[in-house]
Design a protein around this ligand. Sequence first.
Ligand SMILES: CC(C)(COP(=O)(O)OP(=O)(O)OC[C@H]1O[C@@H](n2cnc3c(N)ncnc32)[C@H](O)[C@@H]1OP(=O)(O)O)[C@@H](O)C(=O)NCCC(=O)NCCS
Length: 329
Amino acid sequence: MTLETTSPVQITPVDPADPEALLAWNALLRDGYNAGREAAWWASEESTLAQYGDPKPGRTSVLLLAHLDGAPVGAAGAEVDPGDPAEVEISVLPRHRRRGVGRALAAAVREALAGHAEVVQAETYSEAGVGFARDQGMRLGNQEHRLLRAMPLDPEALTGAADVPGLEIRTWHGACPEELVEDWARLTTQMDADVPMGDLTRPASRGEVADLRRNEQRMDDQGWTLVRGLALLDGTAVGYTEIFVNRHDPEILTQDDTLVDRAHRGRGIGRALKLANLENLRAVPEVAGARWIQTYTALDNAPMLALNRALGFREEDVLSILEGELPRA
Ligand SMILES: CC(C)(COP(=O)(O)OP(=O)(O)OC[C@H]1O[C@@H](n2cnc3c(N)ncnc32)[C@H](O)[C@@H]1OP(=O)(O)O)[C@@H](O)C(=O)NCCC(=O)NCCS
């Protein structure tokens, strides 16, 4: 099937059930996106095969390739869960840019998403990406620094937690222990409501324990070891943090969410949590192969930027997230 015929750009869908085509698509999307970036993460082949081999129920996926004069030059992907914004990725190899390939891919993505989503969001690390998304009628919704810290972590880097009376940090790897799962679900739901998102439409919350358990299973199937810490103050859960390690490709680790309940901020709990979980990370065998740990912090989140700098993270680049509307079907 060819979706675009009026320009020299040929857009064709990719069958996610064809492993060779899926991996070629993933590599092309990665090469366009990560061109010129330092220590840029991308989903491994194993994770990609696992993700599309067991699609999330209800999710719509769009996978497209762009050819110019018979050669693959660009790719696009979109994922949408019912009721949520669609997440769109479009990338064109550097030497083929400014020839309308991105625009042709975007038109085909919109056509494929019609009726599946009303809002689209796209992430980019470049001025080209922001310029392109604005040309598509999208608005800048939020920006975050991506911060990097070199691995390995030496033990001295993990000292300096404040002594907070009544604070206990529980850490583990993988799924939540049963006795902590209700607390984990409550705090991740709070994170979904609290995390600064600028002007972006907020996706549905991660919700209940059953959803959380399904998500843990999917993450494990895709090769992720979840490295987690929970802060208890006088026995009540008041914060959590988690790091993602991919068993198939542990070169770049991701320090993901960290939340401390508003009522208990400013007392060193976030720092104590992160330090305890970095110590916990050292016990994951694959981490021996890691070169970087990355994390994301909103440009105006001064307390978290200060904490991350104190832990040795440095700003590497800026993630811009843009949002736009899709016409109703
Ligand atoms: C963003 C990207 C996909 C654009 O691909 P492309 O094929 O060069 O885009 P097009 O030629 O279709 O450009 C369409 C319009 O986007 C805007 N645009 C594209 N590149 C731009 C740049 N470097 N600076 C400012 N505006 C730009 C222009 O308005 C352009 O129209 P014009 O060429 O008539 O002026 C490509 O630069 C890329 O792969 N970047 C890295 C991945 C990325 O950030 N993707 C996120 C997209 S939201």
